[in-house]
Each structure stands twice: as structure tokens, then as C-alpha cells.
Ligand binder design. Sequence first.
Ligand SMILES: *[C@@H]1O[C@H](CO)[C@@H](O)[C@H](O)[C@H]1NC(C)=O
Ligand SMILES: *[C@@H]1O[C@H](CO)[C@@H](O)[C@H](O)[C@H]1NC(C)=O
Length: 416
Amino acid sequence: MRISKGRCLEPWVIGLITCVSLIAMSVCIGLTVHYVRYNQRNTYNYYSTLPFTSDKLYAEFGREASKNFTEMSHRIESMVKNAFSGFPLQGELVKAHIIKFSEENGGVLAHMLLIFRIRSTEDPGNVNKIIEYTLHEKLRDVSGSLQVERDSVEIKKINKTETDKYFNDCCGTRRSKSSNESLRIVGGTKVEEGEWPWQASLQWDDAHRCGAVVISNTWLLSAAHCFRIHKDANRWTASFGITIYPPTMKTGIQRIIVHEKYHYPSHEYDIALLELAKPIVYTNEVHRVCLPDANHEFQPGQELFVTGFGVQHKHGYLQNRLWQVQVELIDTKTCNQPEVYNGAITPTMLCAGSLEGKRDSCQGDSGGPLVGSDARDVWYLAGIVSWGDNCALPNKPGVYARVTALRDWITEHCGI
Ligand SMILES: *[C@@H]1O[C@H](CO)[C@@H](O)[C@H](O)[C@H]1NC(C)=O
Ligand SMILES: *[C@@H]1O[C@H](CO)[C@@H](O)[C@H](O)[C@H]1NC(C)=O
């Protein structure tokens, strides 16, 4: 057996090793702390007003969710985003969102929320100055027919509560998860709080029967067929939030207006308006969807989402937690082909799903929303879950009440 010699270290070597290790450790900790602090970002929220003149008249773009409103908003938001490209601070503009336009002594004022995420190492006083400077100096419209009076642009720092309130008062805004996540009812995925804030559950004697959609703080839309037998408004309640038990909010129904041309067993005009017993207060979790104009066009193949508490397959159970499924708009001509619905799709209906099956709404989802977004990530109601042959079968996509075709009826009965 061999015994190795000289394995014992000299005391000064041990001392040196300990010392070096301690230094290495403190450097590591120091770097980590610095890195965390350096990467920590603070949110800065601002309410900004931008006076401008344009070749378009206020009457043409002033109305929320109209095509011109969307175009004008998108244009101004893009201009502001461009102004902040190459932002001199360590941070970024994460959202520029027009909330409304107003008329001010001859000109027009765009009201906008600006949300920045800026490294916590920046001096807050400096941040405000640079944002203000950037808005005054760098706003340029490329096309030229829109003139922002840069010197009169104003910004005011606001807190999170105020920002949320402004955002929630706009139609069609939502707290979305990472948007690339596979959002693929039947073939769907569960939903996080605030993702589809306009979804409501309608309950008859406290049992979920149908879905509904928030279009204002006092009105919901749903499907006419939900009220074919159960007509007494007093026995219906609406609950909000992503679970039925416990709900985020709950309220009674005061009045049900079923489309006067809805006649069972026909599925035409399958739409109803519900007036709430008392107005709801909008929160991050509960607020309204946008109603599209009658001439708004959802494109065939466009990605839409349907949400509901309905069954997952024909003989399944109702869900306590909201589900979502991504579907595609299918044009009426395709949907009316003999092997699909053979001419049963009328102008007050639209088809969405997939012709291969697998992704669809189902029983218990009736009355719930089918929605699609625009380039600003604002969401519009395209359809209301109405009927279908079974659920998620090939060539039997879901059929929805076509909201654009029924848009005037909605205005006529509730003024929205
Ligand atoms: C936010 O600002 C509003 C108005 O200035 C104020 O009333 C409110 O107390 C503030 N909220 C918080 C959480 O600071
Ligand atoms: C979604 O984005 C994350 C990071 O942003 C990425 O890691 C992930 O692979 C993406 N998922 C898909 C399905 O594209």
C-alpha cells in the first residue's frame, strides 16, 4: 500500500483559499444585486391630450368603435410609438391607447393613455422631463394630413387605479396572457381572470343555463332561444368573472327583450337583450366588449375566440370555470354547401369553427360571445352562440347570430 505524503496544506494556503473564496462570493452577490436592480422596471402611467387638426371631420371619427375611430386612433398611436423609438431612457413605451376624442374650440383633442416600463435606476424627475420633451419634439405624422399641435400636447402622471379605470371604461380591452400561447369549450383551454371580461353566466333559479355578453353597464346580449320556456325575468340572474361559483359579481335581470322576429324552431334572429336590475361597476375582471358597426367586416379565415361554461363534449358536464377556444370565421357560401349545412345559413347567422371539427362551442355556451380583435388589440363581438349540429363534428361548425346584421335592432332597443 502506498501512502501519499504532503497532503496537509500549510495554514497560509488555507487562509489564502478562504480569502479568495470570500471575495469571489461577494463579487457574485454584488453582481446579482446589481443585475436584479438594473433589470427592475417601474411602471409610469400618463394621461395625455394631443390637440390636432385633420382633413376628416370630428363627426366622422368621434364615435367609439367606429371604423374611422379605429383608423384615426391607430394612426395617432403609431405616431406616438414612433416618437418613442430610440427612447433615450433605459425603458420602453409598452402601450399607447386612445381612449376618446373630444371637440375643443374648433380643434379636436385625442385623449390617450401612455404606459412605460423604465429601469428603476432612472431618476423619476428626469423620466417625466424626457417623456414630455419627446412628445413635444419628436411627434411627426408621415402622411401629413394630420397635424398635431406639438407645443400644446399635455401629459399628466396618473396612478395605477386611475389607469385601470380609464382602460376598463373603453370597450373591448382585456388583460391578455402572452399572446402566442396555444389557445387551442371543445378543444379549448382554461382562462385566467380578466382575459374575457365581457363574459357573463345566466342562471335560472341559480343554475347556469346560458352565456351572455356585457355591452354596457346595464345591458347584456344573449340568445333568444335561452328564453323560449324560461321567460320570467325575475327568476334569472347574471354572474360575472371566470368562475360561476364563486362569482366576481352577481345581479338580477330586470327585463328581457327577445327579437320580435325570432320564432322557434327557426334559428333566425336568435338574439335577446337583457337589462340588469342595477348597473355594474367596471373592474379589470368585468367590463364591456365593443359592438361592431353594421358595415364592419370580419374576414373569412380570421382568428376568432368563443368562450363559455358549456359542456366539453355532447354528454359532458357543465364547467364551473370559463373555457376559450380559437375558431375561424367560415364564409356563408362554404357553410351552405350540401355536405355542411345545405342552405340553412341565413343572413342573420354566421359560421365559425373548423370544417375538420375538434374546435367548437357546445351546449351551455348558448348566448355567449364570439369575438375578434383589430390591429389595436381591441375586441369586437362578431357573433352570439346559437346552434350547431352536435358539437365539433367535421363539416358541422358552430352557428352564431350575426351581430352586424342585428346591429340596428340593438341600437333601436337599448340605444347602444
Ligand atoms: C390615485 O389617484 C387618485 C386621484 O388623484 C386618488 O384619489 C387615489 O387615492 C390614488 N390612488 C392610489 C392608490 O394612490
Ligand atoms: C411563446 O413565446 C415564448 C417566449 O416569448 C417562447 O419561449 C415560446 O416558445 C413561444 N411559444 C410558441 C408556441 O410559439
